[in-house]
Design a protein around this ligand. Structure first.
Ligand code: PGA
Length: 214
């Protein structure tokens, strides 16, 4: 594990972008795992900028997203599908058929979870998985203490997660109470993992990840 400490959010985002940049430069057919949230916005901004300058070509890149709200339509601005389109996909030359996000509108969600794992496997696995972390240490929608053996699965969101996410919705009743998330096993199977975190509120979670018990 390598720990990179940067001066501020901008530097963190630039550094993270340079890691993605070299991954894609080394392998045009890279498979990336991507998160949503406020943390990766700077990283996505730098990737878009680099693409516009012609430095990075996403035409053969494949992506898999970490999670998605259950039963929130893809056209809903709060869906993670919508987030990815708005904040990255629509601004780079990635082929949208190579952008994979759990489809939480499918009737048989168990099957979609299994299929998602299969699709990751069929793509050759994730070369570089980027993740954020919640203030309490959650990763994707995996709460701290989740077993490591979990693959992509449907989770019931904890009350504090629902409350934390309510800021993006007009009322707390609109926040989905379930989500599909890659499991810790899915995440740990990635060939490389880049966790990005910024701000005092994340300090304790990062301290525990680095110095604490598993
Ligand atoms: P944030 O979310 O990037 O908006 O802080 C991270 C998370 O909750 O996983």
């Amino acid at each position: 594990m390598e720990i990179i400490i940067t001066k501020n959010y901008e530097e963190m985002s630039k550094r993270a972008a340079s890691i993605v940049f070299s991954q894609v430069a080394l392998n045009r057919k890279s498979v990336l795992g991507l998160p949503t949230g406020s943390t990766p916005l700077g990283l996505y901004k730098y990737l878009i900028e680099a693409h516009k300058k012609g430095y990075i070509d996403f035409s053969e890149v494949k992506t898999f997203n970490l999670d998605e709200y259950f039963r929130l339509d893809r056209s809903d601005p709060q869906s993670y599908y919508y987030f990815m389109m708005e904040n990255l996909v629509n601004h780079i030359n990635i082929d949208t058929k190579n952008v994979d996000i759990p489809n939480c509108m499918l009737k048989d969600i168990e099957k979609e979870c299994e299929d998602y794992e299969e699709r990751i496997k069929a793509a050759g696995g994730i070369d570089l998985q980027i993740i954020g972390i919640g203030n309490n240490g959650h990763i994707g929608f995996n709460e701290p203490g989740e077993v490591f053996s979990k693959k992509t699965h449907l989770v019931d969101l904890k009350q504090d997660t629902i409350e934390a996410n309510a800021r993006f919705f007009s009322s707390i009743e609109e926040v989905p109470t379930q989500a599909v998330t890659m499991g810790i096993q899915t995440i740990m199977q990635s060939k490389r993992l880049l966790l990005i975190a910024s701000g005092l509120a994340k300090a304790e979670a990062i301290y525990k990840i680095v110095k604490g018990e598993i």
